[in-house]
Structure formats: C-alpha cells, structure tokens
Design a protein around this ligand. Structure first.
Ligand code: HEM
Length: 179
C-alpha cells in the first residue's frame, strides 16, 4: 500500500482524535516501518489493518465506519492532488466509469507497485450505474465513500446501495442511483 494512504490516514486520526491517538495506535501495533511513513514509500497493507483495528478498539467506532470516514477524507486529498483528472469529466457517472480503465491505469503508471481494486462497471440507464468491486483488501467502505464524494464534487445527489457478493467484502456490488 502506498505511503500516501498511510500519511493521510495518520493526518486524519490526528485531526479527529488528536496526536496522542496517533502515538497510541502506532505504539500498540507491531510495525516493520515503526510508523515512519513517507508519502512516496510502499508499506505492508497489514500495517494499515493493525492501525485501523487499534483505532477501532480504542474509540469503540466500528472499523467499517472508520474506513468510510477515511474514504471521505482521502477524497479531499485526491481533489487537491489531481484537479486535472476531475476537469476531464463533466459528471459523476463519466468519472466513475473511467476509474477502472483510465484513472487507476494512470495511477499504476506513476506507481507500478500500487495495490488497486478492480471494478466491473455497467451503465444500466442514464440514472443508474452498477459497479462491482473486487479486492482482496476488502476496502469496500472506502470505495463507497469515494463514490459518494464524487457526486458531491459535481454537486449532484445519489443513493448508493451496497450488496455483499462475498461475506468477507472482497466482492461487493454497488447500485448507484442518480437523482
Ligand atoms: C482522481 C481519482 C483517483 C485517483 C488518483 C486514485 C488513486 C488511488 C491510489 C493512489 C490508491 C492507493 C493505492 C495503493 O495504496 O497502493 C487508490 C486506492 C483505491 N482506490 Fe482509487 N483513485 C481515484 C479514484 C477512485 C474512485 C472514484 C474510487 C471508487 C469508485 C476508487 C477506489 C479505490 C479503492 C477502493 C482503493 C483501495 C485499494 C483497494 O480497495 O484494493 N478510486 N486509488
């Protein structure tokens, strides 16, 4: 997992829960990196799982909620870091439809070791898009948050319905209704 995902995560933890919480979750985890992340480095995804688990235990907020919150936060970084990508699309459906075949393809060119999900995207009609998420990291709540924020970015409303195709969250279907 790319360092930027760790540095932004710890920044969010600091903003929402304070610096002591950042210290606590790093100290309670067994991290090869010792918690010293750089945005351009690459680290073991297991470290992120440990950090989220400890944050969840300490705050008693479910992991799914924290991952969703983190997706909302990470989107703000994407908007700031990649404004030219957003400018290439005029509406949320065309943006979402290109994540798999264009956006993440570009990301992989910049970071060949990026660990990205796979999406199967089907436009049912002009008001409904179906996205099936596949990833062994099971960060479907992160994906759901990015989908919601994409609509906010384009000042549009949507309803996202989630259906677990596999219990462990490695395959999840999103039905996205544009209203
Ligand atoms: C400007 C647009 C976007 C950029 C530049 C971008 C870039 C990235 C980057 C750098 C990562 C981290 C890879 C790693 O840690 O190795 C990532 C992960 C991820 N991205 Fe995107 N992304 C964008 C939009 C989206 C959107 C709209 C979605 C959802 C529909 C999405 C879904 C995900 C998910 C779920 C992950 C976590 C990894 C996983 O689930 O396996 N991304 N993306």
């Amino acid at each position: 997992m790319k360092g930027i995902v760790f540095t932004e995560f710890l920044e969010m933890v600091q903003a929402k829960f304070g610096f002591e919480m950042v210290d606590y979750i790093i100290e309670s985890s067994d991290l090869k990196s010792k918690g010293a992340y750089t945005s351009i480095g690459t680290y073991d995804f297991g470290e992120m799982l440990q950090l989220i688990s400890h944050l969840s235990q300490k705050t008693t907020i479910p992991k799914e909620t924290l991952i969703f919150e983190y997706g909302l936060y990470f989107f703000n970084y994407l908007e700031k870091a990649y404004p030219y990508i957003f400018e290439q699309y005029q509406d949320p459906f065309s943006f979402l439809k290109s994540v798999e075949n264009h956006i993440h393809v570009q990301v992989r060119k910049i970071y060949p070791d990026a660990e990205l999900p796979t999406f199967d995207v089907k436009e049912i009609n002009s008001n409904q898009l179906e996205m099936i998420y596949y990833s062994k990291r099971a960060l479907y709540k992160f994906a759901e948050a990015l989908i919601q924020k994409t609509f906010e970015h384009y000042h549009k409303n949507c309803t996202v319905t989630l259906q677990m195709l596999k219990k462990d969250g490695t395959e999840v279907k999103f039905e996205i209704d544009h209203d």
